[in-house]
Write a new protein. Structure first.
Length: 333
């Protein structure tokens, strides 16, 4: 069974009910009444790729050029130093300079989220404070994972509580088990959602049931759930997610913002058709070819992708051709 079909099956009853609305009527996404959010995270955020020169130095001019192009797309904001930014390969100085560069180039009405998660609580606090000073509006804090066997719910709750207490900017939790081998438990998320300085979570695990429970059980909190991938963005919106931090937005930002709009306006059939066209390209630049594939695709759409920093290797000619076929098959190229 095709991946797109498997995704659609669990959603059919919900979508069918929405599509049965009288002609001309549309139902917008809604969740039970909750508190007003102090920070509006509704919309699409691309987690920016870090551009490197042929000698693998950070190319700040190319980054600024990409940001200026992204400013013409109705993104809610940008994310710097997420997984797609090759965060582990950057020196502390480079991380702060990247955030400063993006803040200078980004329109003032767009949010800037910056990855500040480190392995120790102390280092995370220090970097979070520095990110705020560099211009970040929100800290995106990934789960520490090197000693993953010791990262119990209690340990992670303590870690994030300490960070949020000390952070001068709001904190968004970041669970990305494909990279960390660690899933921030639902129990921990629900506890942390009660913290006044923890405003949401980027969940990249793809467990739609879990995401639905997060939305449902935090509806009385000042807390928002963000889908961590374009592959399950529609499903996340159906269950009440606020937005998405999606790697594919580096390449197809316009279509992802269109999907966001279609969902909010209740155009469910159009949204489903568009979602189906995005699933396989998204898989290609995430799970299949990863960051080298994302950067290659960026080049085709007029952005600077450039090389990755070693040990990430470029795609082979056959891989480039396979990636091109994936985008062409869905009429993106």
């Amino acid at each position: 069974m095709a991946l797109s079909t498997r995704l659609a099956l669990p959603l059919r009853p919900t979508l069918a009910a929405l599509l049965r609305a009288a002609p001309g009527q549309h139902r917008e996404l809604s969740t039970p009444p909750g508190p007003e959010h102090t920070l509006d995270l509704r919309g699409i955020f691309p987690p920016l790729a870090t551009p490197f020169s042929p000698t693998q130095e950070v190319d700040y001019a190319k980054l600024e050029g990409n940001v200026c192009r992204y400013a013409s797309i109705p993104f809610r904001g940008l994310v710097m130093l997420g997984s797609n930014g090759e965060y582990p390969y950057l020196a502390p100085r480079e991380r702060l300079e990247l955030v400063s560069c993006v803040r200078r180039a980004l329109p003032k009405d767009r949010l800037l989220l910056a990855g500040s998660g480190c392995e120790s609580t102390q280092a995370t606090i220090e970097l979070t404070v520095s990110m705020a000073e560099a211009g970040a509006d929100v800290a995106l804090v990934v789960t520490p994972c090197y000693y993953r066997g010791a990262m119990t719910s209690a340990a992670l709750i303590h870690h994030y509580t300490e960070v949020a207490d000390a952070s001068p900017i709001p904190v968004v939790l970041y669970s990305v088990p494909a990279n960390t081998g660690l899933d921030l438990s639902l129990e921990a998320v629900l506890t942390l959602a009660q913290h006044p300085n923890i405003v949401g979570i980027k969940d990249s695990g793809g467990d739609i049931t879990r995401m639905g429970l997060m939305v449902h059980k935090t509806r009385q909190e000042d807390f928002q759930v963000l889908a961590g991938s374009a592959g399950f963005l529609l499903a996340s919106y159906v269950l009440g997610a606020s937005g998405g931090i999606c790697a594919l937005a580096n390449v197809l930002g316009g279509p992802l913002c269109q999907l966001d709009r279609l969902c909010r306006e209740g155009h469910w059939q159009e949204a489903r058709d568009l979602q189906h066209r995005l699933i396989e390209p998204n898989t290609a630049v995430t799970r299949h070819f990863g960051i080298p594939g994302l950067k290659q695709a960026m080049e085709w759409f007029g952005y600077y992708g450039g090389p990755c920093r070693a040990p990430l290797a470029p795609l082979s000619p056959s891989q480039i051709e396979e990636l091109r076929r994936t985008f062409s098959a869905h009429s993106w190229l």
